[in-house]
Write a protein that binds this ligand. Structure first.
Ligand code: MG
Length: 158
């Protein structure tokens, strides 16, 4: 068994699209990023890479590479899962947390689970997603100008 953790943060700006867990969230502000800025998936990718003893997300998917401009992060998640499987590891489960001041994410969580389950070929009940606000503190997180996500993954050797 191998454990990994990942973390990501994106600044939010008006007029951009907010995508979390592969799902578009109705919000006046979206992530500033080279890819689609899906902080949850980026945290999950780093957790997978770390658990498999691989390098970080920026090594595999550099934000200077035009290939990844505005890319759907689910594509990167699938590619990462392939790297992990090539090392003879399978995902047991994920547990994740998103910190976003607004909007409330509860209605989107079932959709995120569905999207992630499909991308990873993993049962929905093996994917935990918790959403919290920043209690109006913690700088840009508290003012709704940033989103943060963290993820823990457990892998087992095939
Ligand atoms: Mg990111």
């Amino acid at each position: 068994m191998r454990i990994g953790n990942g973390w990501d943060l994106h600044r939010l700006e008006e007029g951009r699209t907010l995508v979390l867990g592969g799902v578009e969230i109705e919000s006046p502000k979206g992530a500033v990023a080279h890819s689609d800025g899906d902080a949850l998936i980026h945290a999950m990718i780093d957790a997978l890479l770390g658990a498999a003893g691989l390098a970080d997300i920026g090594t595999y998917f550099p934000d200077t590479d035009p290939t990844y401009k505005d890319i759907d992060s689910r594509v990167l998640l699938r590619m990462t899962n392939d790297l992990v499987r090539e090392k003879d590891y399978d995902i047991v489960n994920f547990d994740t947390t998103i910190v976003l001041q607004s909007p409330k994410l509860a209605p989107y969580i079932p959709l995120m689970k569905e999207a992630l389950s499909e991308a990873l070929d993993l049962d929905e009940d093996c994917i935990g997603i918790k959403a919290k606000t920043a209690e109006h503190i913690l700088g840009e997180l508290g003012t709704g100008d940033a989103v943060m996500a963290s993820a823990v993954v457990l892998l087992e050797e095939r």
